[in-house]
Design a protein around this ligand. Structure first.
Ligand SMILES: NC(=O)c1ccc[n+]([C@@H]2O[C@H](COP(=O)([O-])OP(=O)(O)OC[C@H]3O[C@@H](n4cnc5c(N)ncnc54)[C@H](OP(=O)(O)O)[C@@H]3O)[C@@H](O)[C@H]2O)c1
Length: 303
């Protein structure tokens, strides 16, 4: 059920030049977007990349969200306009403590400016994108990657599953946005590996595999799956960035969706083995299985 209001909704996509951010801009500018027509503002640290269509945004702001003064200076002028904050910014450091500190600082700086720098703040909803690390823990921090998992993964992942006893920046961001309730509503969106268009993302699985395939073709070497044998053979899922964007807009504009966390994946599954065979055929390379010796104990995250 779509919730209709008379005021024009104004979205601020924080991290608009990233993989999730670009698809959100596309989806919000779609004339059929729920809750629309939207005024769409985008922000990121650097200027937009050359391929980013300016028509997707009504305005673009470049600032460093880690810097409190820069954030305040850049966002104060629009703080009486923004009704919906879509949080898809990301900073990845060498360990999870750093991730918690940097990502929390960015979100706090933006929320403080949007809610406190004007007596007429219109902000009413925060949409936070996280991911399945919520259920798997900070698997890329060596400090939390014991040989053989400390906690077995229970599949399927359910939104109500208790948090893991590990520090994770997703948990910190959730705690931050829920602290604004009931003044603001929120929704959390937990995606799997995202497949979308981006040239700057820290995590871009598809582009990384394609570049690897191109290097293999150039070098005349085999395309050896850079994961474990377990991952190669077992089912995985992904999340299409366009679907994810529409999911976020739906939750931001509909009745009965507020103050909840949602998983969001395509709903079908595949094996990396079958995927790599398709990729190998497309790029004219020979796909081969991971080297023997990889086993399930080493398998964390997607790879
Ligand atoms: N990619 C995936 O496969 C995947 C899978 C599951 C979950 N997720 C989650 O989805 C969320 C979004 O990920 P993503 O892959 O879309 O991110 P991304 O492509 O790496 O984009 C990050 C965005 O944040 C901006 N940003 C970073 N630091 C900033 C700063 N200090 N000030 C202002 N803007 C800043 C970047 O701009 P600059 O480049 O200019 O810094 C960029 O626009 C994250 O929480 C991530 O963990 C991603």
């Amino acid at each position: 059920m779509e919730h209709k209001t008379s005021e024009t909704p104004v979205a601020l996509i924080m991290g608009v030049t990233g993989m999730a951010g670009f698809s959100l801009a596309e989806a919000l500018k779609d004339p059929a977007a729920l809750g629309g027509p939207w005024k769409v503002m985008g922000a990121a640290r650097r200027q937009t990349p050359p391929w980013f269509p300016p028509s997707l945004l009504d305005s673009y702001i470049s600032f460093d969200a880690l810097d409190t003064k820069d954030t305040h200076h850049s966002l104060s002028p629009i703080s009486d306009q923004v009704t919906h904050l879509f949080w898809v910014a990301l900073q990845v450091g060498p360990n999870e403590d750093t991730n918690i500190s940097s990502n929390s600082t960015m979100l706090k700086n933006v929320l403080t400016t949007l809610t406190s720098s004007t007596p007429t703040s219109r902000l009413r909803h925060i949409s936070l994108l996280t991911g399945t690390k919520h259920y798997m823990g900070p698997f890329d921090d060596p400090a939390f990657h014991p040989k053989g998992r400390a906690i077995p993964l229970e599949l399927p992942f359910r939104e109500g599953t208790a948090r893991l006893p590990y520090p994770l920046f997703y948990y910190s961001l959730e705690d931050l946005i829920t602290s604004y309730s009931p003044k603001l509503t929120w929704s959390v969106h937990r995606s799997s590996i995202i497949i979308g268009a981006s040239s700057r993302s820290i995590y871009n699985t598809l582009l990384t595999l394609v570049v690897y395939a191109l290097i293999c073709r150039r070098e005349g070497s085999q395309f050896r799956f850079p994961g474990t044998r377990y991952t190669w053979e077992h089912f995985c899922d992904v999340t299409d960035a366009g679907l994810l964007a529409r999911h976020q807009i739906w939750a931001a504009t509909s009745d009965g969706t507020k103050n909840q966390a949602f998983n969001c994946t395509n709903g079908d599954v595949f094996t990396w083995k079958s995927f790599c065979c398709v990729l190998a055929e497309m790029f004219g390379v020979e796909a081969v299985a991971p080297v023997d010796g990889d086993d399930r104990d080493d398998d964390v995250g997607g790879f």
